[in-house]
Write a protein that binds this ligand. Sequence first.
Ligand code: OGA
Ligand code: MN
Length: 212
Amino acid sequence: MLRPEWPVHVDARIVKPYCAIADDIHEQGWSEQPHFLSSALTHALEAECRALAGAGALNPAQIGRGAERVCKPDVRGDCIHWIKAGQSAACDAYLAEIDALRLALNRELCAGLDEFEGHFAWYAPGTFYVRHRDRFRNDDSRVITVIAYLNDAWQTEQGGALRLHADDGGVRDIEPVGGRVVVFLSADIEHEVLPATRDRMSLAGWFRRRRA
Ligand code: OGA
Ligand code: MN
C-alpha cells in the first residue's frame, strides 16, 4: 500500500515498508523490518564503525543527562560515536533513509517528529545494556527509537539479541542481523541488549519532538 507521493525510493532497489511500520507502531508500539537497509549501505556503515573504532573515536557510553552523566558498564557497556551530516557518504545515505522514515511516520501517525539524533554503538563480547526505556525522566523529547544493525552473518547462538519486554511479562528477542531495523516508542517499550560472544555493531537513534 505505497502512496505515489511518498519518498519511497531513497534506495531505489528497496521499496520501504513504511505503512507496515506505522501499522505495527500503532498496534503494538514496535516494528521489526529484516531488510530495511541495502547490503551495500549496511556494509559501508559497518566499515565506518570499524574505522572509527580503529581510530579510537568510539567512547564508552554514558547514562543520564547533563551533569548526571556517568559511565556504568554494569548498566550499559557499549562504546559510541554520534553521527553528523557530512561526516561520510554512508552516514549521509543513512540520514536520508531516516528522514524519509520520519516524514512517513509523521504523515501516517501524525507523529510530529522534528529531528533525529543517532550514534554508532559497539558492544564488545560480554557487554550488555540492562532493561530500560529510552525516554529520560526529565526530558520527553525522544518519541521513537530506531536501531539499525550492521552485523554480517549473525548466528543465533552468538547471543546479542535486542529483548523487548511486553506489559504482560512476555518477551520478544530480535537478533542484530545486518540490514535489520527495529523501530519502537521510546517512552513505552522496555528493552535490553543481551551479551554476545562476538562484537555487535549498530546505529542507535531517536526521532525527537522539538520542545515548544
Ligand atoms: C540503546 C539501545 C538497543 C540495541 O542504545 O538505548 O537500547 O539493540 N540499543 O542496540
Ligand atoms: Mn535503549
